[in-house]
Design a protein around this ligand. Structure first.
Ligand code: CTP
Length: 220
């Protein structure tokens, strides 16, 4: 830890990738899980920097949480990068768009032919890029939302992005994932040990994850 108080960087919510002045590519993430984590870390006494994509939720309150609002993946990376250098724990709960429109039209795109092609270009992988710079005393947690071969995909993400823990959400579980107030997760580490959480409120999942992360920090 850099000083007595733990500093947590959290990414949360969706990203919106503009197409023209009135349209964007987005996703169904609400930010609920990330915001619940911000509150749970603050309740445990940590200082939190929450970098949030466009969520309808109000900023979490309390003196320990600073919220930075962004729209795009590039903005999320630019806001997270300097914080990551000095944070002790990184939690990547955001649903970042993997691609963005290659061109952002200056004016509203007018309807023309029967079909329309959109060219997309890859966005920065925030977790993977920062993961390459992770120092031994820093601790990174990622999320994985999978529909098939869940454990194998989650384990692969943990390795590729240099996570210490990965939180797996399966869309096959009723009541879990985007938009729900409840979540059912499995937490995996590099040794392929896993902890299953029962279906519970996102606030309770957040408290459980914070307990688990803090316990891991003490042993690393
Ligand atoms: N993530 C990120 N930046 C991205 C994409 C993902 O920081 N551009 C983070 C997410 O916040 C999450 C983890 O990486 O913690 C896994 O996200 P996911 O979308 O499941 O992974 P992808 O690498 O995009 O894999 P795929 O879409 O192929 O499943």
């Amino acid at each position: 830890m850099l000083n007595d108080q733990l500093h947590v960087l959290l990414t949360a919510g969706p990203t919106y990738e503009p197409l023209d002045p009135v349209r964007f590519l987005g996703n169904r993430s609400t930010g609920k899980m990330g915001y619940a984590l911000a509150e749970a870390f603050a309740a445990a006494g940590a200082r939190v920097t929450l970098v949030s994509g466009p969520s309808q939720l109000p900023d979490p309150t309390g003196p320990l949480i600073r919220t930075v609002r962004v729209e795009t993946a590039a903005e999320m990376f630019a806001a997270a990068e300097p914080v990551a250098a000095e944070a002790d724990v990184w939690v990547f709960a955001a649903a970042v768009a993997d691609y963005r429109p290659a061109q952002v039209a200056a004016e509203k795109i007018k309807k023309s032919g029967e079909t329309m092609m959109l060219e997309l270009v890859k966005n920065v992988d925030i977790a993977a890029t920062l993961g390459q710079r992770k120092r031994p005393e820093q601790f990174a947690v990622g999320f994985a939302l999978e529909t098939t071969n869940e454990l194998a995909h989650a384990q692969d993400k943990l390795r590729r992005k240099n996570f210490d823990l990965v939180v797996l959400n399966s869309l096959r579980d009723a009541g879990a994932g985007f938009g729900h107030d409840t979540n059912q997760v499995t937490v995996l580490d590099a040794a392929n040990q896993f902890v299953n959480f029962t279906l519970q409120s996102k606030a309770d999942v957040a408290r459980g994850l914070v307990r688990l992360i803090l316990a891991r920090l003490k042993t690393t």
